[in-house]
Structure formats: structure tokens, C-alpha cells
Design a binder for this molecule. Structure first.
Ligand SMILES: O=C(O)CCC(=O)C(=O)O
Length: 286
């Protein structure tokens, strides 16, 4: 483990004490080369299939002349996207980093920050939203899996390292978006490292739901797509009925299942968020 970074070694992977400590200290860890190029090609093809998750995409206006496209589903399913989310590598690692109690799939998103037109995400904590869904504890986390290389030029993720220790910050409207209290963010920047999380497609970021994060518009000629899987603990079953699932058992699968899976188009039971493509409606969605 080097700071918050570690390199994946297929066949030898286990979540070590050092990784857990790094996650608890920084609020995230980056695992380099966790998805192979062959696996990525498969996942990319499934995500680009016009009859797959693309059918459910909608736009999310950023309040500054640009937007991100997104598809969001609540149950992982048995297709390639669901198998990736449920692999030991992804679901099992997140569960270990969150302390080892049983976790379940809260939702998956494909965020499409397109070349030239992709928008911002203002500073926020995921728990700033999930709190309002009746999740009592910040016992939640996300796995951020870039489908394309992500760097400063095309709007990579930025985080304030260690900011998860601040606890939940108030969130409110920031222009057209919903984000963290900017005074707190400005103060946090003075004491937390502001990290541009540049990642190659194949690297994976695991992060705590109270980690402050943001991303810029994409002014480059390269798209920046990312696949994000969110998990919640079974013990943190939300007390409110809302637009994401309450505790639902999740079957994890072996890492080899991803290359073995040929199910590209089974969208059955995934419970997609369906919205009219009105750019001004979706800024509060999470
Ligand atoms: O894709 C990004 O740059 C950020 C996405 C994000 O922060 C979110 O969906 O919570």
C-alpha cells in the first residue's frame, strides 16, 4: 500500500489491514489495474449496447450550459453489468473496507460525461443525499470504475482526502444542483488535500459516503464514462420507502464470472429510474 494506492494482483487479492487503515484515514483507496483490458472491452460493449442500459439514459443539467447523461438501476441483475457489480473483487472488497458486515446493492449508475458537452458535479457527499432517503448511518460506500481513462482534461473525480471524518455536511441548492455547504467546503480545502483522482480505465476507486467530491466539465475531445456501484449495510436498512431499494440479499460471484458471462441484454428486474429527458428536472437525483 502506497498512501491510498495499491496495485491489483489477480489470484492473490485480499483486503489487508493496511488497505482498511488507508480507507479509514483517507476515505478512499485506489486499486490500480483491477479490471483487465479484456474484461473492460466486454463491459464497455455491454454499456454501449443501444438495447441495454443506454435505453434508459436521461440528461442531468449542470446549471452551467452543460449536462451529464446517466442511466441508473437499483438491482444489479444477471447481465454483464450486474455480474461486475457483484464480483468478489468489487462487492466483496467494498464490504471488507466497510467493516465486513453484510452489504447489499443500493444502486448502480453509468455516468456519461461526453466529450465537449459533459457537465460538472458540484462538491457533495453521497450521504448528503442518502441521509434524506432514511439511511440512519453513513455505513455506505461507492465503487467508482472508469470505463475510459479519466484525467484533469476530461473531468476526473476530485476528492478532499480525509473529509469523510467531518461527518455529514448540510446540503442545499447550488445553482441548479444540490451540493455541500460551500463555506464548509472552502474550510475543508484548507485542511484536507485536494486530490485529482486520475485513473486509467481498469483502475477502481472505493470511497466512503461522506467523502467530499466533485468533478469539472469535460472540455476535451475524449468522453469520460464511469460505472459507479453503491452499497449499503444490511444493518442500515433505510426506514423510508424511496427510489432505491431497502435491504435486498445480494449474491456475490467469483471474479471469473465476468469473463464467463455472455448476458448482454437482460434488463429484467433491474428497476431503472425512468425520467423524461427534461434537462432541468434532474439536478437533485442521487
Ligand atoms: O462522475 C462524476 O464525476 C461524479 C459522480 C458523482 O459524484 C456522483 O454521482 O455522486
Amino acid at each position: 500500500m502506497q498512501g491510498a494506492e495499491v496495485r491489483y494482483e489477480a489470484g492473490k487479492w485480499q483486503v489487508t489491514k493496511a488497505m482498511k487503515e488507508a480507507y479509514n484515514t483517507h476515505g478512499y483507496i485506489i486499486v490500480r489495474d483491477m479490471i483487465s483490458q479484456e474484461e473492460l472491452r466486454k463491459v464497455r460493449a455491454a454499456l454501449e449496447d443501444p438495447e441495454g442500459v443506454q435505453k434508459y439514459k436521461f440528461s442531468r443539467y449542470d446549471g452551467n450550459n452543460r449536462s451529464n447523461k446517466m442511466s441508473l438501476w437499483n438491482h444489479p441483475g444477471h447481465d454483464i453489468t450486474g455480474v461486475l457489480a457483484r464480483t468478489q473483487r468489487i462487492a466483496g472488497t467494498m464490504e471488507q473496507l466497510m467493516g465486513g458486515d453484510e452489504t447489499y446493492h443500493y444502486h448502480t449508475k453509468l455516468i456519461m460525461k461526453e466529450a465537449h458537452t459533459g457537465g460538472t458535479f458540484v462538491w457533495h457527499q453521497d450521504y448528503g443525499y442518502w441521509y434524506n432517503n432514511g439511511c440512519l448511518f453513513p455505513d455506505m460506500g461507492s465503487v467508482f470504475i472508469p470505463i475510459d481513462d479519466a484525467d484533469k482534461g476530461n473531468g476526473c473525480l476530485q476528492v478532499l482526502a480525509g473529509s469523510h471524518k467531518m461527518g455529514r455536511v448540510d446540503h442545499g441548492h447550488i445553482g441548479e444542483q444540490f451540493g455541500a455547504d460551500l463555506e464548509r467546503v472552502e474550510q475543508a480545502k484548507k485542511v484536507c488535500d485536494h486530490v485529482y483522482v486520475e485513473m486509467k480505465a481498469g483502475d477502481v476507486l472505493f470511497f466512503h459516503c461522506n467523502l467530499l467530491h466533485t468533478s469539472d466539465q469535460n472540455h476535451s475531445d475524449r468522453r469520460r464514462w464511469v460505472f459507479i456501484v453503491a452499497f449499503n449495510k444490511r444493518s442500515n436498512d433505510p426506514y423510508l420507502e424511496h427510489h432505491h431499494p431497502r435491504y435486498t440479499p445480494m449474491t456475490k460471484v467469483d471474479d471469473s464470472a465476468l469473463l464467463e458471462c455472455d448476458v448482454v441484454r437482460d434488463m429484467e428486474g433491474k428497476w431503472f429510474m425512468v425520467y423524461e429527458d427534461d434537462e432541468h428536472l434532474h439536478h437533485n437525483l442521487h
